[in-house]
Design a protein around this ligand. Sequence first.
Ligand code: PMP
Length: 406
Amino acid sequence: LRPFDVAAIRAEFPILQQQLEGKPLVYLDNAATTQKPMAVIQAITDYYSQCNANVHRGAHQLADEATRRFELSRDKVASFIQAYDRCEVIWTSGTTEAINIVANGIAQRLKPGDEVLVTEMEHHANLVTWQQACLRSGASLKIVPIHDNGALDTEAFAALLSANTRLVALPHVSNALGTVNPIQDLTRLAKAHGALVLIDGAQGIAHGGVNVREIGCDFYAFSGHKVFGPTGVGVLWGKAEVLQDWPVWQTGGEMIAQVTYHSATWGELPNRLEAGTPNIAGVIGLAAAIDWLTQFDVSAIQAHERALLAYATTLATDFEGIQLVGTAADKIGVFSFVLQGSHPADVGFLLDKQGIAIRTGSHCAQPLMQRLGLPGTARASFSVYNTLEEVDALFRALKKTQRMLA
Ligand code: PMP
C-alpha cells in the first residue's frame, strides 16, 4: 500500500494544476464527477496507441491484446467489489443504464399487488426507473421516508416491508445529502421478506471498501466516472443465479449463441447482457482507476474525506446565515447548504468567479428538494485530492459571496 499523501496525489491529476479566474482551481464537484489521474489517461492513450481493435472476435494479435486488457479489467472490478464470479460483472454505460437493466430484468415479473421500495432521497435514476416500471406493471411504488436530518427512517423502512415486496432499491450514499445508508442491515431485513435488493452505488463506490458479499444485496450499480475513471462506462454487478435467467436487455452481436433468420439463442453471462461493441477504452480506463485507487488503504481514504467534511461542518458553525442540508450522523463526501436569503444558483455563480467549482440545484433529486422545502442547495463535494486549505478557500469565498448578495 502507498502512503496517503495528498500533495503527491494532487500532482497526479493534470486538471488540478490549472488556474481558474487567476486562482488555483478548487474543484469541489466530485459527486457530479471525479477528476482523472494520469494513470487513467495513460491507460486510455496506451490502448488507442498500442492495441485498438474490437474485442472477442479478432483473429489477430491486436484483437487478442485488446481482449486481454478488456477481460482483465473485468477481473479487477470483480475483485474490487468482492464479486463471487467475474461473469457477474456486466459493463454498462453507467449507473443509469445498470439500473435500467435491472428494471428490464424484473419488469416482466412485476404485477398488480407487488411492491417496490425506494427512498425519499433517491436520485432520479433510481426513482424514475422504478416509478415507470411500476406504472407499466401495476405494481405499487412505496417511498421510505427520511428524517429531517437526511437519515433514512429505518423503522418506517422495516414497517413498509412485506411479503409483497419484490424489490428494494436504495442508494448506498445520497448524492444530495451525503447520508450513508446502513445498507447491510437494510438488505438483511429486505432479504428476510424475500425481496431482491439493488444498491445504487454511484456515490458509494468512490470511497472504496464496497464488498457486495458482505452487503448481501443482489445488485450493485456504479459509474466509472465517479471513481476516477472515464465517462460512458459503468458496472452492473448482479448475482449470477438472478441475472442468468433474465430476459435479455439488448439484442445484437456478442450476446447470442446461435442465430438463424427466424430465431436466436442467447449466450452465457456476462455476454448475454452486453450486446454490441463495448466501450473498450472506457473499460480499460475504469480498471486503471481501480488499480490507482486500490494503491491506498480504504480507511485512509475515508478518514481523509471525513476530515474534510468535519472541517467544513466546524467552519459552518461559526458562519452566520448558512443552513446545512443533510446532517445525518453517518455522512461522507457531500456538504450541501443554503446561504440564507440567496438562491443556490447565485451562490454557485459567484463561487465560480472566485475559482471554486461546486454544484447547485436539485442534484437530480427534485422530489427530495420538495420534501425538504428547498428550491435546491449548493453542494461542495470532496474527494481524495481535496485539502483543508481548499475548504478554507471555500469559506473565504462564501463570506465574500454573502457580502455581494446582501
Ligand atoms: N445515482 C446517484 C446517487 C448518483 O449520484 C448518480 C449520478 N449523479 C446516478 C445515480 C446516475 O449516475 P450516471 O449519471 O453516471 O448514470
